[in-house]
Design a protein around this ligand. Sequence first.
Ligand code: B1M
Length: 226
Amino acid sequence: MTDDLLVQLTATVVDGKAQEAADLIRRALDAGLEPLVIIDQGLRPGMDVVGERFSCGEAFIPHLVLAGRAMQSGMTALEPELKRRGQGARPAGTAVIGTVKGDIHEIGKSLVGIMLTAGGFEVHDLGVDVPVETFVAKVKETGAQILGLSALLTTTMVVQRRVIEALRTADVRGQVKVLVGGAPVGRAWADEIGADGYADDARGAVAEAKRLLAGIGSSAGAASRL
Ligand code: B1M
């Protein structure tokens, strides 16, 4: 029955049915499914299907928009449960996150924000299409230890590098660990631009943020010292 709910959830995202997605999330939680299983095996596969269809010309921008709304509606329904599970955890630190300038993809970044909150971080989510200077100003204002930069387009990945350069220019690079992510981003890119960390999904982002604050090195961490 639970497998059936996940299959139905994937279909509601593909079909862009926001209200049905939220209703199914509540049924899935009532049936005892873990929120992360619901995301990984219910919601996310729907976005992948729509993305593949878009790539081969079988889906168009309105389909992406509707699927995005359905996924976000599902995440909104899941958020209280994810946050509840994070309550009582020792404060992990302060994080500023956002999707870089030129890029309006919101869902993955929001999921990273929700998971960081659930993982005990105080999160300042700057939204999408965030100018380089806004990231720098927010890091200064909040004294954040983690800066999370999301980019979903090959054309906007380069803005992650610009933010890191701007942090150096503003003399705050040493105060904050920079975590990068988004579909086209990989560890090699993180190393190349001198980011401290990289994660390929929201769960990984929380683990990576905690690892960075614990000061454990990695290949990307080594690059940041260049
Ligand atoms: Co766009 N889009 N899109 N899109 N879109 C992609 C990314 C694309 C791969 C689709 C495709 O061609 N198959 C393609 C990019 C190609 C490329 O550059 N390599 C693409 C394109 C081309 C475009 C436009 C240019 C289309 C056009 O106008 N011709 C345009 C660009 C607009 C802009 O940003 N300037 C565009 C627009 C849109 C919509 C606005 C319509 C909509 C977004 C709606 C919204 O966000 N509110 C949209 C959507 C929905 C998608 C797809 C289908 C789904 C993205 C998504 O939400 N996935 C996407 C194809 C795909 O990814 N399958 C696609 C679900 C989400 C949970 O996953 O965002 O990957 P994701 O986030 C993951 C990880 O990446 C990671 O963790 C998240 C959760 O596990 N992660 C991080 C993300 N950020 C992280 C940060 C971290 C760590 C991990 O640390 C800080």
